[in-house]
Design a protein around this ligand. Structure first.
Ligand code: DQA
Length: 148
């Protein structure tokens, strides 16, 4: 099984940006966490981060027929991007939405998620662990084990 992990704008600034909300660990730490978790789960992974909406759309399109699932933290594009929603719908891959912070407890404008409409599950507020939970969820789906 192979999963594509996508991270949106400003996540490359982890460790520097608003550490009270996103923690002190860096983006390199997040990549290491994802690779280690996937190694333990026996999943192959690709990780991609971009600050540009179109590059994230391109990455989703490239995943078509190449990976078995997508874990996406679209960051601010969560709340604005119909393009990312449409791209996820276009490729039809099982997708899980992840947020480091618990967006449900934050500003009103963060209560809208377009990508969620194309995702089978959301993990928000679990920090790095959300990425592992998302990978486990996709693995269970692929193995035909219902998690719901
Ligand atoms: C985020 C939450 C978003 O609202 C925000 O714009 C981000 C990060 C999170 O991981 O908690 O950049 O996706």
């Amino acid at each position: 099984m192979k999963i594509l992990f996508l991270n949106g704008p400003n996540l490359n600034m982890l460790g520097i940006r608003e550490p009270d909300i996103y923690g002190k660990q860096t983006y390199a730490d997040l990549e290491r966490y994802v690779r280690d978790s996937c190694g333990e789960l026996g999943i192959a992974c690709e990780i991609f981060q971009s600050n540009h909406e179109g590059e994230l759309v391109d990455a989703i399109q490239r995943a078509y027929q190449r990976v078995d699932g997508i874990v996406i933290n679209p960051a601010a594009y969560t709340h604005t991007s119909v393009a990312l929603l449409d791209a996820l719908k276009a490729v039809g891959l099982p997708a899980v939405e992840v947020h480091l912070s618990d967006v449900s407890k934050r500003e009103d404008f963060r209560q809208v998620s377009y990508v969620r409409l194309a995702c089978c599950k959301t993990f928000a507020g679990y920090g790095f662990e959300g990425y592992r939970l998302a990978a486990e969820h996709l693995q269970s789906l692929a193995n035909g084990i219902s998690k719901e």
